[in-house]
Design a binder for this molecule. Structure first.
Ligand code: AMP
Ligand code: MG
Length: 474
């Protein structure tokens, strides 16, 4: 439960109407003032309050047994129009029992960042929590600077985290752990109920879901930034957008987050960290899997050993279409083509997203090929790579046309580039002008469709526009 919510002047500045409709909201009937009170938490006081959930977590490798929703709380659950149960959480509505020294509030900037990036992820086909609304509170929050306060309404298929399991395991509360695991199975993976060992089944499902999720992050150049175990869901949805960002130039070691000094959560480190986090989940499930600890360990180990192959298969499935390659019987050959291309991107500091647009055009005509050769600075190894890639795709007109079609469907034109996100935040924070955010949301809402008047949104930042660091904003 929370302390009373006291937004001084609640104002609804963004409402995701499409998502609202999916949740069964009657958007036309919605009174904006009432909605502003609901989406800042003020109305919840009279209707049973908001619920904050406890969890533990490994934060940058250090175990913290007592964490919890310190600046987020559950408003309620709904069954959406597809029959799926969804949590509705308010992020930034005020202090909870788990706020410790924090104010439980959120500044407008991080709220906007989460709204923009989570909606971009959804449009790119990546499992994610969604954003339903942004409401400003009319109050200020005190960080390094004095900033306008806001509340994000977040939708998730649940807020169960690896850290939720760690909370019960750390206390040796096997009964609580079992209730939690049964609940997670019911809510997310009901099929596992029929498997011979449903807790092993749960572990296997989460391993697959996370491997698939992280492979999708890699295919779009996304860096989560804070892959602590409390920020990893059981459902396999991306959650807790903090200092996350999309990279412009390809860099395997790229880090944006100001707090990730060791590069623990760097772009290319994400798959391995995913496995590390899943090992922490596996540890919590051991007592449920078998009374015999050795047997349980063996089962968990076998399941975790599958992470690598599952990840590799998912990554190939995500990456191959970016090159117009239809899966064949030699995935390792395709992976080699993909890896070599990534090395060339790294060597020549090429923009990740746009490199695939350039490749598509290079397939289509001589002019395009000339341009892409210039991008790779007339590097002879690019020419060799290009010939190998073309040989893999096939050189008939029909084969090339099929490849181009696959690439167009797989490669986004618009991603929420960091400088554009920052610009939208700056203008809104300093002038109360949300038009930049609106336009950015239009660009990223249909990321594979070229739109007139959106040329700027395709381009990487100019050197003076580049954003080197992102902050949690907490
Ligand atoms: P994060 O890694 O951003 O998800 O946050 C880590 C932890 O810090 C979570 O348990 C949050 O609930 C808590 N936290 C972050 N910001 C605040 C805040 N302003 N007030 C209280 N708790 C916070
Ligand atoms: Mg978190």
């Amino acid at each position: 439960m929370m302390e009373p919510v006291t937004a001084k002047e609640p104002k609804l500045v963004f409402l995701n109407e499409a998502l609202g409709t999916e949740l069964g909201l009657d958007i036309d009937a919605l009174d904006k003032e009432y909605a502003a009170r609901v989406f800042t938490g003020a109305e919840a006081q009279s209707e049973g309050g908001l619920l904050a959930m406890t969890y533990s977590g490994h934060q940058f490798g250090q175990f913290n047994p007592q964490m919890g929703d310190g600046r987020a709380a559950l408003l309620g659950e709904v069954i959406d129009i597809k029959g799926q149960r969804q949590d509705i959480q308010l992020k930034g509505a005020g202090r909870t029992a788990f706020s410790k020294g924090g104010d439980g509030k959120a500044a407008l900037g991080p709220v906007m960042r989460e709204y923009i990036i989570s909606e971009a992820m959804h449009a790119l086909g990546v499992p994610t929590t969604r954003s339903l609304a942004v409401a400003t509170t009319g109050e200020y929050v005190y960080r390094d600077a004095v900033l306008p306060g806001a509340v994000l309404t977040r939708i998730a298929s649940s807020h169960l985290r690896i850290g939720t399991f760690q909370f019960f395991a750390a206390r040796g509360d096997i009964e609580g752990l079992k209730i939690l695991a049964d609940y997670a199975i019911d809510r997310h993976y009901p099929d596992t109920k029929t498997s011979p060992n449903q807790y092993l089944g749960l572990l296997e499902k989460v391993i697959s879901a996370q491997a698939s999720l992280i492979s999708k992050w890699l295919s779009i150049g996304f860096i989560h930034g804070v892959m602590n175990t409390d920020n990893m869901t059981i459902s396999g949805e991306t959650i807790d957008y903090g200092p996350c960002a999309f990279m412009d130039q390809y860099d395997h070691n790229k880090v944006f987050s100001s707090i990730d000094r060791q590069g623990r959560y760097a772009f290319g480190a994400q798959p391995a960290i995913g496995q590390w986090n899943l090992s922490r989940l596996a540890e919590t499930l051991l007592p449920l899997m078998d009374d015999d600890e050795d047997k349980a360990l063996e089962m968990a180990k076998t399941a975790l050993d599958q992470y690598g192959p599952i990840f590799m298969a998912s990554w190939t499935q995500e990456m191959a279409p970016k090159f117009g390659m239809v899966p064949n019987k030699e995935p390792e050959t395709d992976r080699e083509i993909i890896r070599q291309f990534l090395s060339l991107l790294q060597k020549h500091n090429v923009d990740f997203t746009n490199s695939f647009q350039s490749l598509t055009i290079a397939l289509m005509n001589e002019e395009g090929l000339k341009k892409v050769k210039a991008i790779f600075q007339e590097d002879g190894s690019f020419d060799i790579w290009f010939e190998q890639w073309k040989a893999r795709i096939g050189s008939s007109e029909q084969e090339i046309s099929v490849a181009c079609k696959i690439m167009t469907r797989a490669n986004p034109i618009y991603i929420p580039r960091n400088h554009l996100v920052e610009e939208a935040i700056d203008v809104a924070t300093s002038k109360g002008d949300f038009s930049f955010m609106e336009k950015l949301l239009k660009a990223i809402g249909t990321p594979f469709e070229k739109k007139a008047g959106f040329n700027r949104y395709e381009l990487p930042p100019k050197p003076e526009e580049e954003v080197h660091q992102t902050f949690c904003g907490t």
